[in-house]
Design a protein around this ligand. Structure first.
Ligand code: NAD
Length: 502
């Protein structure tokens, strides 16, 4: 998408975060991390990295060929036995150092994320802290990979169960949380004793490369984490997934690409963890604490300017408080400051690319064409920065496309309901099942609704579900497996059963 072809001199192949005045930071290598070395690899191409707030080019990163991808597998294989045999305590100490290094570099990393992703600095800073927490959590989990032992029911032998590192893992991440989606995979992979190849999104390679350098400096041995960027993800990932040495795929991204990767992974019957798209419903019942529901709505909708898989996509509000909710939401959304992520005042940053704005515009036009009313915003900024204003559309019809598709932007779509049963039906009427939100003053009713929502995660009277200590993941076409918690560690292990007579 951003491919460009010129090669840059080795000495210039670093990026210095523009305009960072604080302490810390380092020039970020813009090549691939393969084994012990940062290298341009076999390919001569570079991928331009754009600042979506201005449309300017920040720098370029090396564009991997298939040969580079396979060289990364070679490096991961060379390091695999040594890392698997490294005592868990030692792995834990290294992960703890990674946590501390990320926290120490938080301001600098946040600015970097804002620059290449466009999100507001406050969002970027929360992401860095969230990303760092995966290192801390899995530093603690690395020493708790317990097995099981049982007497066989027939009494003849013992059943011994161990969790072993699953092997070389391919980690593919999206642009919307360029640090956290990487660390949510790298940390459990390393804790479990696996080596890996990270393939970040084309739009946000720099954050991943900065994390790679932080890991290297924190003492992660050569080859344990390898990073390759490419403008041709399909070919590169296919080659890696068809290499029989690779045993794990952990992917975060769209359901559409997830389906393609599941087919590729079938070739060598690779274990897959898939964190895919969402279409979160946000239910507000008449008896909810209205101000608390609005607080939650603003977090669930506007964190990351709506570019989150957990973002509230469809608000269903009970008739008794519907109009008040819409008016207050309009007033809160309308008060947000839109602008370049790196401006301290910005609360809603830029969208990632033109295609994202085109999709938002199409979904809003579809809803309005089917009878919805525009209550706020609804018109993209003039450019060159990729800004879309916080917007509210109300009274959506049931056949509006946004009832089924992720809008992935700062648009709140609100639909009234009378009967709670109807709201649950509408909430579940989607192929997705990642996260859902419920606000009610009746905890018993709320728990009952939560149990009936076909979602992997339900936030009850809260606007945020993400927590490194909780199992994050979706039902239906939102994914397979879980990240975070102890569950996320087990995704990088193989269960070994040994029948013992003694
Ligand atoms: P995307 O699927 O377009 O891209 C994700 C990654 O897949 C990128 O690294 C991309 O280069 C790579 N990719 C694209 N085509 C590929 C192919 N054919 N083979 C191999 N790799 C390929 O998604 P995106 O636009 O970057 O991210 C937005 C999507 O991610 C949304 O749908 C969002 O809901 C989802 N998401 C899900 C979670 C979750 O935890 N469930 C978290 C964040 C984002």
């Amino acid at each position: 998408m951003h491919a460009q072809t010129e090669t840059t001199a080795a000495a210039d192949r670093h990026y210095v975060v523009a305009g960072f005045a604080g302490e810390g930071g380092f020039p970020i290598p813009t090549d691939h991390l393969i084994g012990a070395a940062w290298t341009q690899g076999a390919g001569t191409g570079r991928i331009a990295v754009l600042d979506p707030s201005s449309g300017t080019v920040l720098t370029s990163v090396a564009d991997a060929t298939v040969a580079d991808g396979l060289a990364a597998v070679d490096a991961a294989e060379t390091a695999a036995a040594g890392w698997a045999a490294t005592p868990p305590r030692q792995r834990s100490i290294i992960l703890q150092r990674c946590y501390q290094a990320m926290v120490d570099q938080a301001d600098w990393l946040a600015r970097l994320i804002s620059l290449e992703n466009g999100k507001a600095l406050a969002d970027a800073r929360s992401e860095v802290m969230y990303a760092a927490e995966f290192f801390r959590w899995y530093a603690e989990e690395a020493v708790r990979i317990n097995g099981e032992i049982a007497m066989a029911p027939a009494g003849g032998n013992r059943i011994l169960v161990q969790y072993q590192p699953i092997g070389i893992a391919l980690l593919i991440t999206p642009w919307n949380f360029p640090a956290a989606m990487a660390t949510r995979k790298i940390a459990p992979a390393l804790a479990a004793g696996c080596t890996c190849i990270l393939k970040p999104a084309e739009e946000t390679p720099l954050t991943a490369l900065a994390v790679g350098e932080i890991l290297r400096r924190a003492g992660v041995p050569a080859g344990v984490v390898n990073i390759v960027n490419t403008s041709e993800p399909a070919g590169l990932c296919r080659a890696i997934l068809h290499d029989r040495r690779v045993r794990k795929l952990s992917f975060t991204g769209s359901t559409e690409v997830g389906r393609i990767l599941l087919r590729e992974a079938a070739n060598s019957v690779i274990s897959c963890s898939m964190e895919l798209g969402g279409n979160a419903p946000f239910l507000v019942l008449d008896d909810a604490d209205l101000e608390a529901a609005l607080d939650g709505a603003m977090i669930a909708k506007m964190r990351n300017a709506g570019e989150a898989c957990t973002a509230a996509n469809r608000f269903y509000v009970q008739r008794g408080i519907y109009e008040t909710f819409v008016q207050k939401l309009v007033s809160r959304m309308g008060a947000l400051t839109v602008g370049p992520g790196t401006d301290a005042a910005t609360q809603c940053g830029a969208m990632i690319n033109r295609a994202a704005i085109d999709k938002i515009e199409a979904l809003v036009a579809d809803a309005l064409g089917k009878g919805a009313t525009l209550r706020l915003g609804g018109v993209a900024g003039p450019g060159p920065g990729l800004f879309y204003p916080p917007s509210v559309i109300a009274d959506l019809s049931r056949d509006a496309a946004i009832q089924r598709e992720e809008i992935f932007g700062p648009v709140a779509a609100v639909t009234p309901f009378d009967d709670v049963e109807d709201a649950i039906r509408m909430a579940n009427d989607t192929e997705y099942g990642l996260s859902a939100y419920v606000y009610t003053g009746d905890l018993k009713a709320g728990l009952g609704i939560a149990e009936r929502l076909d979602y992997g995660m339900v936030a009850l009277n809260r606007g945020l579900v993400s927590d490194p200590a909780a199992p994050f993941g979706g039902m239906k076409q939102s994914g397979l497996g879980r990240e975070g918690a102890h569950h996320g560690l087990l995704e990088f292990t193989e269960t070994k059963y040994i029948a013992v007579s003694w």
